[in-house]
Design a protein around this ligand. Structure first.
Ligand code: COA
Length: 194
C-alpha cells in the first residue's frame, strides 16, 4: 500500500533495531482510502486483537469515527510508513481520542503483521504519549485482551500499568499518568491539509 503522494513534511523519522527506516506523520483525509486494504491485509488474529471481535472488513462505523477524529483537535491520528526506496508502505497506525473524563485520553494502535515485533509499536506508542501530553491530557489509557502478549509487552516497555477492569473481566486496562513538560513540540498543531 503506497501513501498518497504527500510530501513528508512534519514527519518523524525513526530507525528500527533491524536498521529499517520508518516515518510517522499525521493522517490526512485522503489517507483514509488506505484503511480498508490496510485492515484486510492484517491476519485474522491481529484484526481480532485490535477490534476484540471477528471482522473481515473494516467496519464502516470505524472508518466514519476515524474521519471525524481527524477534524477533532482533541484527537491525534498517526500513520507509520516504511521508508523504502521507490515507495512508502503503510505499516501501522495509532490514535488517541478523548474519553468521557476530561483529563484522560484513550489510545489504540495497529501494526501490520510483517512489521510486528520490529519496534514500530514502540515508536508509535512513544509519539502517541507525547501527543497526549501536548494536548493537555494527564492520563493515557487503552484496553487489551489478556491474550495479547505483544500489546502487554509493549505496554510494559511504554510504562503503561495493567489493571483489571471489574466491569469487563475480558479486558485489561493499560494506563499511564502523564506529567507535563516544557519540551518543544514535535508535531505541527496546524489542521491536516486535504
Ligand atoms: C500490539 C502491537 C501494536 C505491538 O506492535 P509491535 O510493532 O509488534 O511492537 P514492538 O515491535 O514495538 O514490540 C514491543 C515489544 O514487544 C515484543 N512483542 C511484539 N509482539 C509480540 C508478541 N506477539 N509476543 C511477544 N512479544 C512481542 C517485541 O519483541 C518488543 O520487545 P523487545 O523490545 O524486548 O524486543 C502489534 O502487535 C499489533 O498491531 N497487534 C495487533 C493489533 C493490536 O493488538 N493492537 C493493540 C490493541 S490497542
Amino acid at each position: 500500500m503506497a501513501a498518497p503522494g504527500y510530501r513528508r513534511d512534519h514527519a518523524q523519522h525513526a530507525t528500527l533495531p533491524d536498521s529499517s527506516r520508518i516515518y510517522l506523520r499525521r493522517v490526512r483525509e485522503a489517507d483514509l482510502r488506505l484503511g480498508p486494504a490496510f485492515f484486510a491485509a492484517l491476519s485474522p488474529r491481529s484484526r481480532y486483537l485490535r477490534l476484540m471481535q471477528q471482522a473481515n472488513r473494516l467496519p464502516p462505523s470505524t472508518l466514519a469515527q476515524l474521519r471525524s477524529q481527524l477534524r477533532d483537535p482533541r484527537c491525534m491520528v498517526l500513520a507509520a510508513f516504511a521508508d523504502h526506496v521507490g515507495g512508502d508502505e503503510l505499516v501501522g497506525g495509532g490514535r488517541i481520542v478523548p474519553t468521557g473524563r476530561r483529563e484522560v485520553c484513550e489510545f489504540a494502535l495497529t501494526v501490520v503483521d510483517a512489521w510486528q515485533g520490529r519496534g514500530v509499536g514502540r515508536v508509535l506508542m512513544r509519539e502517541l504519549t507525547r501527543a497526549a501530553r501536548r494536548l493537555g491530557y494527564r492520563w493515557i489509557e487503552g484496553y487489551a485482551l489478556p491474550i495479547n502478549t505483544g500489546m502487554l509487552k509493549l505496554a510494559r516497555i511504554s510504562r503503561l500499568a495493567p489493571s483489571p477492569l471489574p466491569a469487563d473481566p475480558q479486558l485489561v486496562r493499560l494506563s499511564r499518568r502523564l506529567f507535563l513538560t516544557n519540551r518543544p513540540t514535535d508535531w505541527p498543531t496546524d489542521r491536516p491539509t486535504h
